[in-house]
Write a protein that binds this ligand. Sequence first.
Ligand code: ZN
Length: 345
Amino acid sequence: MSVGAMRGLRRAARWLKYRFASRALILMYHRVTALPTDPHLLAVRPDHFAEQKEEIRRHCIPIRLQELIEALRERKVPNRAVVVTFDDGYADNLHEAKPVLEHYGIPATVFVTAGHVGNRREFWWDDLDRVLLQPGTLPARLRLAMKGRPCDCELGDARTYTENDYRQHRDWHIERQDDPSGRHRLFRTLYAGLSALSGGERETVMDELLAWAGAEPTARRSHRTLTTEELIRLQAGGLVDVGAHTMTHPYLATLTGAEQNREIRHSKERLEAILGCAVTSFAYPHGSITPESVAILSEAGFVSACCSHPDAVWQDADPFCLPRVVVRDWSWKPFKRWLRWWIDG
Ligand SMILES: [Zn+2]
């Protein structure tokens, strides 16, 4: 057979796989709440979340992550199956998302950053929003060092961010190409710099940044994470499972093997100590993964791990690198179109 004919056959096989094979879908949420600003696009409004659940009930088969893993073992993915997941461990997962999930009888897995349970600090990406994108005046010059690299920034006009600036730019988010002010440019620069740091290094820089801004190291009510007692309530009732998401939410690929081991094992141990049951699923923070991460997870007793690669779940999916698709703050109509595109192809 010629090379061209072989290629044609392979293309046809791939087309057949994607056209007719069973596929499931793992949805990735972070927050269910209405926020005045959402620079990381993490929140879905509660009414939109309910509309999305209604559509899932109508058009798909909602199943638990564990059921999907068992189906993958038998290489039989239930067609149109949908698994709902949340990352990070925000308090609104209990107060806003869980009642809707209960109303529609839809199970979910919440991947919790164990070091943030009962912690009175915001996630570092939310602190950046609090310091830089809320109205107020900052010192004229910011000097920080990240991984030995100095960040020396004169804020100029961006020193002051007025109520009017805030209102004007409230829809801005990090995926946009434009940076309408020096505050937004600095937000982007610091986000990139901080992303590359390990948990301890990042905490040091964030403490310096908060001190520079004169901001308290506390959490806004709107941005707080689950307490220990709330985590227990989240899992109670059997509809919501808890999975691990490391201790400090680092990019695992930036850590040594020993650091990865600590982040992964400690998060499992801490959640199990709080919940009194086995925690066997994991999600990679920022989708960051190395071959070593998978070996550590497997040895630690995890049976599955979700990444952030957007795809449907086919029967040959790797249970330690399950693809997920991010759900945005869509009302029923755009969600329905988006869901059918993924589920029906
Ligand atoms: Zn996360």
